[in-house]
Design a binder for this molecule. Structure first.
Ligand code: PBG
Length: 340
C-alpha cells in the first residue's frame, strides 16, 4: 500500500504540513496574543457564610480554606476581596437550630442576621455588589427550600410570599441583587413585583434558573447545617439528565424579569451553559459549587493536584462555555493570581 503521508521524506512533509497549529503556541507572547478566553477578578463572585458573634472565623471541615465569618470579620474579608478585584459577594447566614421552624419564619424576622450583615457590609464597603441568596432551607427545621404542608409536600405558591418578603427586607437593608435559589415556579415575577411595589425597582434579580438536584451541594449543607431532614429536593430542583428543561426555565425567568440567569452546578453542566448562552442575551452566571471546590481541595491535600492551576483551568472552562460571571469559593485565591 502506498504511504499517503510519508513521514520519512522531509520534502513531502514540508508540502503536506502547510498548516501547523503549533506555530501559534511557540512562544508565551504568541500564546497570549492568540488566547481566546480571559478570566478577570471582576468576573468572579465570592459566596460568604455569616455567623452570629464577633471575631469569629470558623473553619468548615468539608471546605478547606473556607470559613464562617461573624459580621466584623466578614467586613474585613469583603475589603480584601474588593482589593483583589472581586466586585460581588453572595451572602448566606447560619441559623441556629432553635430559630428554625416549619415555615422558616426567621427568614422574615426584621433585624435577622442576614439583614444586619447586608446593612453593615454595605455601610463599610458600599462599592461591593452585595447579593443575597433567597431560599428557606437554612431557616426551616426540615431543611427544604419551601413551606412544607401536612402531606409532606413542598408547596409552591405559599412559599412565594415568604420569599418576596425576605427579598424586600434584603433590599431595604441595602442588597444590590436578590438571588433566589429555591426553584419555586413563578418566584422571579413574584419577587420582581414585590420589590417594585416596595420602591426597589433598582434592585436586580440573579435567578438560579437551572439549578439541578445535585450531589455536589453536600459541603455547603455542612457549612450551613441545612441538609434536608427527609427526602431529597427532586420535586423542585432539576433532573441532571435534562437540558431542554433549562431552556424552558430560562425563557420563563427572562419574561418574569430576571436580570442575570444562573446555572448551577457549573463544571458538570457546561453544555447547559453553552445552550442557554445561545438562547438569551442576558448575562449568565455559573455557580461553581461547594462539592466542585472541595473535590479539588481534597485532591490537593493529598498532593495529587495543584489547586491553583486546576481552579484556573476549571474556571476558564466555565467561561469558555459561555458564563460571564462565576460564583466560586476559590474567588480570592484565583483573583490574586490574575492580572486586572
Ligand atoms: C440554598 C442553596 C444551596 C446552595 C446554594 N443555595 C443548597 C441547596 O440547594 O441544597 C448550594 C451551593 C453550594 O453547594 O456551593 N437553596
Amino acid at each position: 500500500m502506498k504511504n499517503v503521508f510519508p513521514l520519512d521524506s522531509g520534502e513531502h512533509l514540508q508540502e503536506a504540513l502547510i498548516r501547523r497549529p503549533r506555530r501559534n503556541r511557540r512562544t508565551a507572547s504568541i500564546r497570549e496574543m492568540t488566547q481566546e478566553t480571559h478570566l478577570r477578578p471582576s468576573q468572579l463572585a465570592a459566596p460568604l457564610f455569616i455567623v452570629e458573634g464577633t471575631e469569629q472565623i470558623q473553619p468548615i471541615p468539608s471546605m478547606p480554606d473556607v470559613f464562617r465569618y461573624s459580621i466584623d470579620e466578614a467586613i474585613s474579608e469583603t475589603a480584601q476581596l474588593y482589593e483583589a478585584g472581586i466586585r460581588a459577594i453572595d451572602l448566606f447566614t447560619v441559623v441556629p437550630a432553635e430559630r428554625k421552624d416549619r415555615c422558616g419564619t426567621e427568614a422574615v424576622r426584621e433585624g435577622n442576621l442576614l439583614q444586619r450583615s447586608i446593612r453593615k457590609i454595605k455601610a463599610e464597603i458600599p462599592e461591593m455588589c452585595v447579593m443575597v441568596d433567597i431560599a428557606l432551607d437554612p431557616f426551616t427545621d426540615h431543611g427544604h427550600d419551601g413551606v412544607l404542608n401536612e402531606s409532606g409536600e413542598i408547596v409552591n405558591d405559599e412559599t412565594l410570599n415568604i420569599l418576596s418578603e425576605m427579598s424586600v427586607l434584603a433590599a431595604e437593608a441595602g442588597a444590590d441583587m436578590i438571588a433566589p435559589s429555591d426553584m419555586m415556579d413563578g418566584r422571579v415575577a413574584f419577587i420582581r413585583h414585590a420589590l417594585d411595589d416596595a420602591g426597589h425597582s433598582g434592585v436586580g434579580i440573579m435567578s438560579y434558573t437551572a439549578k439541578y438536584a445535585s450531589s455536589f451541594y453536600g459541603p455547603f449543607r455542612d457549612a450551613l447545617e441545612s441538609a434536608p431532614k427527609f427526602g431529597d429536593k427532586k420535586t423542585y430542583q432539576m433532573n441532571p439528565a435534562n437540558i431542554r428543561e433549562a431552556l424552558v426555565e430560562c425563557a420563563l425567568d427572562e419574561t418574569e424579569g430576571a436580570d442575570i440567569i444562573l446555572i448551577k452546578p457549573a463544571g458538570p453542566y457546561l453544555d447547559v451553559i453553552a445552550a442557554v448562552r445561545k438562547k438569551t442575551s442576558l448575562p449568565i452566571a455559573a455557580y461553581h459549587v461547594s462539592g466542585e471546590y472541595s473535590m479539588v481541595m481534597a485532591a490537593a491535600e493529598r498532593g495529587w493536584i495543584n489547586p491553583d492551576t486546576a481552579f484556573l483551568e476549571i474556571l476558564l472552562g466555565i467561561k469558555r462555555a459561555g458564563a460571564d460571571l462565576i460564583l466560586t469559593y476559590a474567588a480570592k485565591r484565583i483573583a490574586k493570581k490574575l492580572s486586572f
